[in-house]
Ligand binder design. Structure first.
Ligand code: GDP
Ligand code: MG
Length: 440
C-alpha cells in the first residue's frame, strides 16, 4: 500500500492541507487494501467514509509527505476502531466464574478453551474446571480431556448420552461443589450459523449465566465475519472476541469487521496449535497487518514523531510569548490521550495538579479528555483564540453543543487560565521551558 500511495501522491503539489481530491485518491487504495485483507464490504465503506471526513482539510505537517499523512490518519483510525485499551478476561464475579466459548466448527474453541484455562491456572493461580458440551462432533469431549491433561487442568468427567444442557448443569454443579474459581464451557459449533446452533447456545447461556461469553473466530473468516458476529451477539450475547490462527496467512480483516459491527473488544489472539499459543491483543500489530505493509508502523511512528516535534516547537514558541490559547490546550490534550492516559503525563504539565486530582478521583481519563476537547471544538475560532469573549450566552451554546454543562465549560476555562499563567511565568525562564517541552 505504501508504494501505491506514494505513487498517488507523487503528482500532488504541497498545498498545505489535504484536499478532497487528494484524500479520495488515497482512499481508493486504502479501500482496496482493506478488501484484500478480508474486511467486510460494509465495514470498509463506513471506515473509509469516516477517515475521509477526518482527513480532508487536515494540515500536512512540513516534514512529512501528504501520503504519509494519510497513511497515519488511516492507521490511527484503524487502531482506534480496533480498540486501544488492553483487554483481559474479566473474572470479577462470584466463584465459580462461568466462561462460555462459542463459534463455528473448527474455529478453535476447544484449543482456545485449554489455552485460556492453562493461562488462568499458571499465571493467575486459579482453580479451573473445563467441560466439553460438544455432543455434535465425535470424540470432541475426549479432545478436551486430552488437552486438559496436557495443560494440567481438570475436566468434567465424561458421561455418555447427556445433552449439552445436561452437561452444562452438571458442570456448574461440579464447579460449585469442587470449589473451583472458574468453569469453562466449550460448546459445539456448526459449519454455518444456523437456528439449531443459536437455540442451543441460548439454552446453555440461560443455564450457566456466563460472566464472559467469548466468540472464537478464525483470522481467515472473510465477508462472513459480519453475519457471524452479529448473529452470535444478538442471539447469545458476547462479551469479547478471540481471533485464532493469527499465526497463519490471514490478514485479520475479520477483527475489524467483528469489532465494528458488535463493538465488543478483541480480548486475545491465538498464535499456534500449542497451548502456549495465546497472546494479548495489540491493535497496532493487527492494524499494520490489515494495511498489509510491514513498514507501516515505523512509517507512522516516524511521521508521528515529526508531527509531535513540530507541534512541540510551535507550542514552546507560543508559550514563550505568553500566547497559549484554547487551540493549544486542545492539542496538548490530544497528545495526552495518545500517550495513553492522563495520569502518566499530567505531572509533566504545569498548573494542572488540581485537574489531575479530579480525574484520578473520578477515574475518567480518556472520556474526560474527550469531553474537554469536545467543549473546545464547540467554540468558534475566535473564541478559542480569545477566550475572554466568552459570556454567559456563548458558554450556554458551547455547553449545549458539546453535551456538557456551563459549569464544566467554566472549569475548563479556569484550568486554561491557570495553565497559561504558569506557562507565561515559566516562559521567562527559557531553560526550564525547553526542559518541559522535551528540548523544544
Ligand atoms: P473447534 O472445532 O472450534 O473446537 O476447533 P479446535 O479447537 O478443535 O481447532 C481446530 C483446529 O485448529 C485444530 O487442529 C487446532 O490445533 C487448530 N488451531 C486452533 N487454534 C489455532 C491457532 O491459533 N493457530 C493454529 N495454527 N491452529 C489453531
Ligand atoms: Mg471443539
Amino acid at each position: 500500500l505504501s508504494d501505491r500511495l506514494s505513487g498517488v501522491f507523487e503528482s500532488l503539489t504541497k498545498r498545505g492541507s489535504l484536499s478532497e481530491k487528494d484524500v479520495s485518491a488515497a482512499m481508493r487504495e486504502v479501500r482496496r487494501a482493506l478488501l484484500e485483507a478480508d474486511v467486510a464490504l460494509e465495514v470498509v465503506r463506513d471506515f473509509t467514509e469516516r477517515v475521509k471526513e477526518k482527513a480532508i482539510g487536515q494540515e500536512v505537517v512540513k516534514s512529512v509527505t501528504p501520503g504519509q499523512m494519510v497513511v497515519k490518519i488511516v492507521h490511527d483510525e484503524l487502531v482506534a476502531t480496533l480498540g486501544s485499551e488492553a483487554q483481559t478476561i474479566d473474572l470479577n464475579a462470584p466463584a465459580p466464574v462461568p466462561i462460555m466459548l462459542v463459534g463455528l466448527q473448527g474455529s478453535g474453541k476447544t484449543t482456545t478453551c485449554a489455552k485460556i484455562a492453562k493461562r488462568l491456572t499458571d499465571r493467575e493461580k486459579r482453580k479451573v474446571l473445563m467441560a466439553s458440551l460438544d455432543t455434535q462432533r465425535p470424540a470432541a469431549q475426549e479432545q478436551l480431556k486430552i488437552l486438559g491433561e496436557q495443560a494440567e487442568v481438570d475436566t468434567l468427567p465424561i458421561v455418555e448420552g447427556q445433552s449439552p444442557t445436561q452437561i452444562a448443569k452438571r458442570a456448574m454443579e461440579a464447579a460449585r461443589l469442587g470449589g473451583y474459581d472458574v468453569v469453562m464451557l466449550d460448546t459445539a459449533g456448526r459449519l454455518h450459523v444456523d437456528e439449531a446452533l443459536m437455540a442451543e447456545m441460548a439454552e446453555i447461556r440461560d443455564i450457566s449465566e456466563p460472566h464472559e461469553t467469548l466468540l472464537v473466530a478464525d483470522a481467515l473468516t472473510g465477508q462472513d465475519a459480519v453475519h457471524l458476529a452479529k448473529s452470535f451477539d444478538e442471539r447469545v450475547g458476547i462479551s469479547g472476541i478471540v481471533l485464532t490462527r493469527v499465526d497463519g496467512d490471514g490478514r485479520g480483516g475479520a477483527a475489524l469487521s467483528m469489532r465494528a459491527v458488535t463493538g465488543k473488544p478483541i480480548k486475545l489472539i491465538g498464535t499456534g496449535e500449542k497451548l502456549d499459543g495465546l497472546e494479548n491483543f495489540h491493535p497496532e500489530r493487527i492494524a499494520g497487518r490489515i494495511l498489509g505493509m510491514g513498514d507501516v508502523v515505523s512509517l507512522v511512528e516516524r511521521a508521528a514523531e515529526t508531527i509531535e516535534a513540530e507541534q512541540a516547537d510551535r507550542m514552546a514558541e507560543r508559550m514563550r510569548k505568553g500566547a497559549f490559547d484554547l487551540d493549544d490546550l486542545s492539542t496538548q490534550l490530544g497528545q495526552m490521550q495518545k500517550l495513553g492516559g492522563m495520569s502518566s503525563v499530567m505531572g509533566m504539565l504545569p498548573g494542572i495538579g488540581k485537574m489531575k486530582k479530579q480525574i484520578d478521583s473520578s477515574g475518567l481519563d480518556d472520556s474526560f479528555i474527550k469531553r474537554q476537547r469536545a467543549i473546545i471544538s464547540s467554540m468558534t475560532r475566535h473564541e478559542r483564540r480569545s477566550p475572554k469573549v466568552l459570556n454567559a450566552s456563548r458558554k450556554k451554546r458551547i455547553a449545549a453543543g458539546s453535551g456538557t454543562s456551563v459549569q464544566e465549560v467554566n472549569k475548563l476555562l479556569k484550568m486554561h487560565r491557570q495553565m497559561a499563567d504558569t506557562m507565561k511565568k515559566l516562559g521567562k525562564n527559557k531553560g526550564m521551558l525547553s526542559q518541559l517541552m522535551g528540548g523544544g
